[in-house]
Design a protein around this ligand. Structure first.
Ligand SMILES: *Cc1c(COP(=O)(O)O)cnc(C)c1O
Length: 379
């Protein structure tokens, strides 16, 4: 069955007890035990809740994994997955990384004896060169945030296997509709489901998926131990959002392609970062591992002043942190998504003070372009 059909027929859409067309919000923290000696499917909602379980099965199926896990936020999913590592372990991570992930690696896990080296992973040789005897993990994002750099997933997974490294990919930008890292040999997929999977800018959530049974068992223990689970109401909203993932992504990708091409021809714009543009360095690799270019692009207006003028002049997009909503969202990485990264680190990575990130929503792309045009002129 195609992905479009599977989105609606995962087997988790119907409530098994009543036949209701949606699994209800089981707003319960605990479950009555008919017989204390008899194991039962649900006991306490941190370990398992039927609404959460339906969502967890859905994301596992869509990513081509065997187990899914729902967390209170994308950062809760990422942080819990990072607890697979132990004191003394060394990690390698992409240097163009989500600010919150950078923060936990450099201000929390470092204190617990887990050290991270950040490298430009667009060249796999940089990963190889950073491997030490105690290197245990590789953390990737492709396309990365906010510069949309592309990493060869199959190549990175192969290199990691040769050296016994556990691989984690943040698949927030592409979603399983466009890209399925587990198919390329990656071990753990994590998501900020706050973005495209939820899709409506009304829920904060995180998801993780594994394929290997033993690894899934370890992550289940960590989810239950750390306890940062997603509540049933938010699980319901995610299940609802996921049903329209394909149509939303298709419309947003169509829009992003048009907007990126338009921006690339504007003289006010110093640079456009979008893997769908043939001029993008990772264009070829991206299209081998992902079915479309995605709905997020970044562009550089050269100076902080110009970027801020544009943000004040636009009328359509939400000027906000976040991405992946039905509405377009314009953000300023320097003070928003990447405020967790010191200025020198940001600049070293090319996240300049003139950089803006646009997540293209479901508005008519011509209206978005007209709005950007008036904002570039009037701003
Ligand atoms: C937003 C985001 C996160 C963090 O997710 P939250 O749901 O905000 O905790 C992690 N990775 C990427 C790529 C993101 O865009």
């Amino acid at each position: 069955m195609s992905f479009a059909t599977r989105l609606l027929h995962t087997g988790n859409e119907i409530d098994r007890t009543t036949g209701a067309s949606a699994v209800p919000i089981y707003q319960a923290s605990t479950f009555h035990q008919e017989d204390v000696d008899q194991a039962q499917p649900y006991e306490y909602a941190r370990s398992g809740n039927p609404t959460r379980e339906a969502l967890e099965r859905t994301i596992a199926t869509l990513e081509g994994g065997t187990r899914g896990f729902a967390f209170a936020s994308g950062m809760a999913a990422i942080s819990t997955a990072l607890l697979l590592f132990s004191a003394g372990d060394h990690l390698i991570a992409t240097d163009d990384i989500y600010g919150g992930t950078f923060r936990i690696l450099t201000t929390v896990l470092n204190r617990l004896g887990i050290e991270t080296t950040f490298v430009d992973v667009t060249d796999l040789e940089n990963i190889r060169a950073a491997i030490r005897p105690n290197t245990k993990g590789l953390l990737l994002e492709t396309p990365s945030n906010p510069l949309l750099q592309i990493t060869d997933l199959a190549g990175a997974a192969k290199l990691a296997k040769e050296h016994g490294l556990l691989t984690i990919v943040d698949n927030t930008f592409q979603t399983p509709y466009l890209q399925r890292p587990l198919d390329h040999g990656i071990d753990v997929v994590v998501h900020s489901a706050t973005k495209f999977l939820g899709g409506h800018s009304d829920v904060v959530a995180g998801l993780a998926v594994t394929k290997d049974q033993a690894l899934g068992h370890r992550l289940k223990q960590l989810q239950n131990s750390f306890g940062a689970v997603l509540g049933p109401q938010d699980c319901f909203l995610l299940q609802r959002g996921i049903k329209t993932l394909k149509v939303r992504m298709d419309a947003s990708c169509d829009g992003a392609e048009l907007v990126a091409r338009w921006l690339a021809n504007r003289e006010e714009v110093a640079k456009v970062y979008y893997p769908g543009l043939a001029a993008h360095k990772g264009h070829g690799v991206h299209l081998e591992q992902s079915s479309r270019s995605g709905a997020v692009l970044s562009f550089d207006l050269g100076t902080e002043e110009r970027a801020k003028r544009l943000m004040r002049a636009v009328k359509l997009p939400l000027v906000a942190v976040s991405l992946g909503g039905v509405e377009s969202i314009l953000s300023y990485p320097a003070t928003m998504s990447h405020s967790g990264m010191p200025k020198e680190e940001r600049h070293k990575r090319g996240i300049s003070d003139g950089l803006l990130r646009l997540s293209v929503g479901l508005e008519d792309p011509e209206d978005i372009i007209a709005d950007l045009e008036q904002a570039l002129q009037n701003g």
